[in-house]
Design a protein around this ligand. Sequence first.
Ligand code: SAM
Length: 299
Amino acid sequence: MAELSGVRSGLLQVGERVTLSDAKGRRHSVVLTPGSTFHTTKGAISHDELIGQPEGIVIRSVGGAQYLAFRPLLEEFTVTMPRGAAVVYPKDAAHILVQTDIFPGARVLEAGAGSGALTMFLLRAVGSAGKVYSYERREEFAKIAQRNVETFFGAPHPAWTLRVGDVVADNGGEPVDRVVLDMLAPWECIEMVADVLVPGGLLCCYVATATQLGRTMDTLRVHGGFTEPVGREYTAREWHAEGLAIRPGHGTSGHTGFLIFTRRLAPGATAPLRKRRPAPGAYGPDYNGPRPAGVEASA
Ligand SMILES: C[S@@+](CC[C@H](N)C(=O)[O-])C[C@H]1O[C@@H](n2cnc3c(N)ncnc32)[C@H](O)[C@@H]1O
C-alpha cells in the first residue's frame, strides 16, 4: 500500500487547497471551486484560471498584481488551516520530531489534539506502520482536527486513533514509545505517562509560559521515574541579504512556547542523585509541595 503523505502531484484539481503568494511573500490559502473568485486589494482572481494548471504558475489579479500559486507544504497547511485551539508552530514541531526521535513505526501518544497540526507532523513521521493515539477533551476541537487531518492526507490515516476524552481519565493504556503533551497542565499527566511509556521512551511537553515550564519540570523531578528534564526554547530568525544590505529580517517570530524533554527510566530505577542547593526562595519556608530527592529546604 502506498504511504499516505499528503503530497499531491499533477495539475491542480477542483477541491484542492492552493497557496497564493504576492510579491512581498504574503500568503493566502484558497480551496479551488469552479466559478469562484479570490478577492485581493488589487482585484479578483478567478479560481477557473488555476484549475487544470500546473503548480508554480504566476497568476494576475484583475488589477494586475502577480501571485505565485503552489500546493501548500505541510508547514504552510498547518498555519493556514481552520483551527479551534492554537497550533504548534512549524519550528517547534520540527524540534519535537528530532528531539523525541520519532521514527517510522513508532507508537506515539499525543494530547491534546487541538486543531491537529502536530498530529499531522507525527503521522508523517511514524508512517502507516506506526501508531498515533491522539486525545482531545473538547469534541468541537476533535472534529476540526479530524477534518484537517483528512483534508491534508486526502483520506483517513491508517496510523491514527483519535479519542474524545481526557488523556488521563480516558486513556486506553496502550504501551507507547513516545509521548507529546501540548496542553495547559501537563504536570497532571506525569503518573499516566509513567504507566504507558516504555523504559527508554521519550516525553516532550510543550507549554506557553515560564510558570508551566517550572511546574512541569519540578513534577518530573519529584516523580523520580524520569531523567533530569531539559527545558528549552527555540528561536528562528530570518535574514534579509541583498547586496551589502544584510540584516535580520522583520518577520522573525517571537515567543511561541517552551519544550521540555525527558526519558523514562526502567521501573524501580532512580536517576543518579544530583545533590544541589536550591536557588534562594525555591522550596523555601513558603513552599508546601514535595521536593525532589536530594534537594534540601533552602533557608
Ligand atoms: C494548544 S492545544 C493543542 C494544539 C495541537 N497540538 C495542534 O498542534 O493543533 C491544547 C489542547 O489540549 C486539550 N486538552 C487540555 N487538557 C487535556 C486533557 N487532559 N486531555 C485531553 N485534551 C486536553 C485542549 O482542549 C486543547 O484543545
